[in-house]
Design a protein around this ligand. Structure first.
Ligand SMILES: [Zn+2]
Length: 195
């Protein structure tokens, strides 16, 4: 007996490569673009509340309320982002047999404020995780190219060079200064330094 793959497992296209960035979340090799959700309004609210928080007396009831409001806004950002990333990764993986993901346009990065950068980092990482998991499920070929590779070889604290890391290594402890780094965040800090 021959096993027939369910119809939804057949990809419409052979391959796609996806370029991740900050302003536009993803640019596909077929020319289509995926704009990410806009967080600037939430970002502004968070900043305002953080200023307020700094002025409020420690252990006060109001300070606690402000903290909760900030946490809720962060959750709101995370939910919106996850929803967007799930939809996009499902579409990309179901339509293509091979998926090549390229992390970030570095030149765009230095212009961005910290929260935007953190959100982007989380978004890229989650998108990669979702695409990887769904590719496995759908029987697709998945590959990620990290354009930060050279910047991931140096400690962003003391500039000690530990050399090339295996792609599987996601966090590093510097041999020289002992700082613990997330691989991508360390690379991002190095990129920001060398503007
Ligand atoms: Zn170091």
């Amino acid at each position: 007996m021959v096993e027939i793959e369910p119809i939804h497992n057949e990809a419409k296209n052979q391959s796609i490569s996806i370029d991740l960035g900050i302003k536009t979340f993803a640019v596909m090799s077929d020319g289509t673009k995926a704009e990410g959700p806009k967080y600037s309004a939430l970002d502004r609210k968070i900043r305002k509340l953080q200023k307020k928080l700094a002025r409020q007396p420690k252990d006060s009831k109001h300070r606690n309320l402000t903290r909760i409001r900030i946490a809720k806004l962060h959750n709101q950002i995370a939910d919106t982002r996850k929803d967007f990333l799930h939809k996009l990764s499902t579409k990309v993986v179901s339509e293509n047999q091979a998926i090549i993901l390229e992390d970030l346009n570095v030149s765009e990065m230095v212009k961005n404020r910290k929260l935007a950068l953190v959100i982007s980092l989380q978004g890229w990482r989650e998108f990669r995780t979702f695409c990887e998991a769904k590719s496995e499920k759908f029987g697709r070929d998945f590959r990620a190219i990290n354009r930060w590779e050279p910047t991931s070889q140096i400690c962003s604290e003391c500039e000690y060079k530990w050399g090339k890391l295996d792609l599987k290594v996601r966090s590093v402890r510097c041999f020289n200064c002992g700082a613990e780094h997330d691989r991508d965040e360390n690379a991002a800090k190095n990129t920001a330094h060398c503007k």
